[in-house]
Structures are given as C-alpha cells and as structure tokens.
Design a protein around this ligand. Structure first.
Ligand SMILES: [Zn+2]
Length: 471
C-alpha cells in the first residue's frame, strides 16, 4: 500500500511547482486559460489522453488513462477569487491592488487531485490492475457553474466513483451537505425619458429592481429558516436625470435541499412579475447556474478515513508554525471565540491549543448543512462521491480572504496538498483493489437517490453564459 504514497512523493516537486504557478496566475472563473493548460500539458506528459475544452467549455478538460472499469474520477478546480490578491506574507500586502487571488486554495485543490490521478495511474500500471483513471479539470467553482455545465454535458455519467477534497483548516473527511443554489440575473426593461422634463413618459427599470428587492425582503419572512436570499444590483442606470430604461439585479437563492431552492426561486420569479406589473416594465431572466447540495457517501467516507489515518497529518516545521502564528494574529478575535463554541471544538477541546491542525479528525459534518454551496453537489448526485479536507491554512482562517491566499502559496499549503494527494490516491487504489467497496457505495447511493434522480439545474437548450458572471 505504502508505495503509492511514494509515487506521490516522487512527483512532489512537480506538484508544488504547478500549484505555485496557478497561485501566481490567479485566474477568475472561466478565464483559467493558463491554469488549465499547465495541468492538461502535465497530464499529457504523464501519459494521459487529454480532451481540452471538454463539453465545449474553453477552460474545462478531462484527462484519462487506462480502459474499462472501474472508472475512478478525481475532481480538480483552479479558479481564483476577485479582490484577495496577496503576497505570501502575514501582513496585508496585495500583489496587485484589488486583483484576484487564491483565497480558497483552488491552486492546491486541482493540483492535489491531479497528483492523485498520476500516482494512481502509475500504481495500476505497476500492479497490472484494471480500470480507468480520470482527472476532471473543472473551471469556475466559485461561480458554482463549472461542474454543473460539465454535468449537463454528461461528462460524469459513466464514473464509478468521484474523489475530491477541499483545502481548509482541518485534516478530516467531510460529510456536511452545504446548500443547493440558484443564481440568476433579473433584467428589467422600461422606457427612458428626461427625469425632470417629462418623467410621466418614463417607465423606470430601476424602480422595478427596487420593488423586486422590497418584495424579496418581505418574502424572507415566509420561507424556511435555513434558506438565504442575497442580491446585488449590477446595473441601476446611468445618471439621475435620465429615467433608466435598463436595470439588473443578481440573485442567489440557497436552501438545504434542491427542491426547496426550486420552490423559493419560483416565488422569487413571481415577485419579479409583480415588480414589472407595478412599474409597467418587462423583464427577462438570465439564469446563470443552479446547483445541488452535496450528497456525500458514508461508505466511501469510511474508506477515505482509513486512508487518511494511514497517511497521517501534514508535518509542519518551526518556520511554518511561526508563519501560521503571525497570520492567526490577524484573525478576528470575536470570530475565533465563536469558532471555539462550534461542535468540533466542543468535542475536541485540544484543538484550541493548535495554531495549524496537526492531528486528524474522524469524518465530520454529518447531518449539518452549512451556509455555502459547491458544484461538487451536482457530481455527488450523479455518482458516489467522497471529499476530504487537509490543513492548508491556520485554524480559524476566514474563507475567501487574503490570509487564505497567503497560506495557499506557502509551504503550509504545499504540505496539506501533498497529504490530500496521497490520501486520494490511496483511496482510489483501495477501491480498485476491493470492488466490493464500490458496490457498497452504490447501494447507499441508489437508496439515497431513488426518489429524486439528478436533473441538471441548467436548462438543456441554453447556451452557457460564460462571460456574463463578471459583466
Ligand atoms: Zn473553494
């Protein structure tokens, strides 16, 4: 078993080089041209067959080695976040003012999954085992879109197992489900007029946006407590003395279950209808994406937990700990106190003594649906999916932050990434060597999905709105 871990170690310097390059590129969703290319080129060098622009999405690709079952897929991501550009420094020091940065560690995420695929391929070759190893280069996770679009193109449909991870502050296996989501821009069309000269001839699209938001804010009271609705106005007119003929508001609707999202979203569309009626405007919906909550497979989580224990936590050195400590000093004290009250810290009080996580936690989050969403959710309703987390940032590091970006470019990030690559590779190998584990995962999956088979939230005939997220 241990030799597959060595196969990852053999590639460690390549993985660190690629993760750092992607950290440096810091490309936003659907613009990850260089990040996708560096991984696709590397996988080609390693003997994988690469399909670029998979599903017609320019920065998506699928790399494959082997033939026949079982089909083991590793899911990778590589998009950055706007506004969190940062040097590897414990003081706020943007590399580019207001620029993007890897504040969610996706430079590590994709690279570790890629490393696991390369090691598993090598192991299957050496042991003469059957199977196909795939790496999915998935763009735009931060936009909750890449895997949804790839799912519509049925790129995951023949997989037996999907394996992934997320960088974070804990070494553990994830079982939390997050939330499902719909993301849509509501565009209102009115009639322009001189705002002082002949306002009676104007019909303001901005009025419609404002009334829609008022309606949505009243709607909040009458939806389930775990649902959230958030919006930003992306266009509100040009200047006050011109009645705006166009205005646009971008909404997220989230809830613990996909059917709840759909139900609340339909009510929000009614609110938009009402706003249009009141203002004598018309409206159109630019549906950007929708995703499922995550359905993590407990049978697979057990397998991955065994693997994580075999690999062990990252070994941080004095320099890492010193950097972590300095970074942690910048974290919000009230937020840290809240964290200490959370279930993990109640159950494992020794965590309070650690700056970075240097032990392991058994599978976490069962039955919990946190606030966030991920497009891993869609894959998890198509094929049994397992997801771990490895410590790449200090405990308490806020998500989507400059501190996260700093740590994702540091040796703390690298060490967590290698633990993830090893654990995922080992997990893949265990599954290939023990097909009954794959069967068990499918029994659980079939039972949990029998009443609600996957239906891609993104419509069949609609063109992917790749360039409409940041406009
Ligand atoms: Zn992320």
């Amino acid at each position: 078993m241990a030799d597959i871990l060595k196969l990852v170690d053999d590639k460690a310097s390549d993985l660190i080089r690629i993760a750092d390059a992607i950290w440096d590129f810091a490309e936003l969703g659907f613009r990850e041209v260089r990040s996708a290319k560096i991984q696709a080129d590397y996988l080609e060098e390693q003997g994988f067959r690469v399909t670029r622009e998979a599903g017609g999405i320019p920065t998506a690709f699928v790399a494959e080695w082997g033939d026949g079952g079982p089909y083991i897929g590793f899911l990778g991501e590589y998009d950055a976040l706007a506004g969190v550009s940062q040097e590897v420094s414990a003081e706020r020091q943007p590399r580019e003012d207001g620029g993007p940065g890897h504040g969610c560690g996706h430079n590590l995420l994709g690279t570790a999954a890629m490393g696991a695929a390369v090691a598993l391929k090598q192991a299957l070759m050496e042991k003469n085992l059957p199977g196909t190893v795939r790496y999915y280069g998935c763009p735009a996770e931060e936009l909750l879109a890449g895997k949804v679009y790839m799912a519509r193109e049925e790129l995951f449909s023949d997989l037996d197992i999907a394996i992934t991870w997320h960088p974070g502050s804990m070494n553990t296996v994830r079982l939390g489900s997050g939330t499902g989501l719909n993301s849509a821009k509501f565009q209102f069309f009115g009639k322009t007029a001189h705002a002082a000269g002949d306002p009676h001839n104007g019909r303001s699209a901005l009025d419609a946006v404002e009334l829609m938001n008022v309606g949505a804010n009243y709607l909040r009271e009458h939806v389930i407590k775990d649902a959230t609705i958030h919006y930003v106005i992306t266009s509100g007119g040009g200047q006050p003395n011109v009645v705006p003929s166009f205005a646009e508001v971008w909404y997220f609707v989230r809830a613990p279950r996909r059917n709840q999202v759909e139900e609340i979203y339909e009510r929000l569309v009614n609110v938009a209808r009402g706003a249009a009626l009141m203002t004598e405007t018309t409206f159109e919906i630019d549906f950007l994406t929708g995703c499922y909550e995550v359905l993590l497979n407990e049978a697979l989580a057990d397998v991955m937990w065994d693997c994580l224990q075999e690999v062990g936590p990252p070994q941080f050195d004095e320099k890492d700990l010193e950097f972590a400590k300095k970074l942690a000093e910048t974290f919000d004290k009230a937020q840290m106190e809240n964290l200490y009250k959370s279930p993990d810290f109640q159950e494992f009080p020794e965590l309070r003594e650690q700056v970075v996580h240097t032990s392991l936690l058994p599978p976490r989050g069962k039955g919990r649906s946190g606030g966030g969403s991920t497009d891993v959710g869609d894959v998890s309703w198509i094929v049994p999916t397992v997801q771990m987390s490895a410590a790449t940032v200090p405990i308490g590091c806020p998500g989507h932050s400059w501190q996260h970006c700093a740590s994702s470019g540091s040796s703390i990030g690298h060490k967590g990434m290698l633990v993830a690559a090893k654990t995922m590779a080992l997990c893949g190998l265990k599954l290939v060597e023990n097909p009954e584990l794959i069967q068990k995962a499918w029994e659980e999956f079939r039972e949990k999905t029998k009443d609600s088979p996957y239906r891609c939230p993104f419509p069949k005939d609609k063109e992917f709105p790749l360039d409409r997220f940041f406009s």
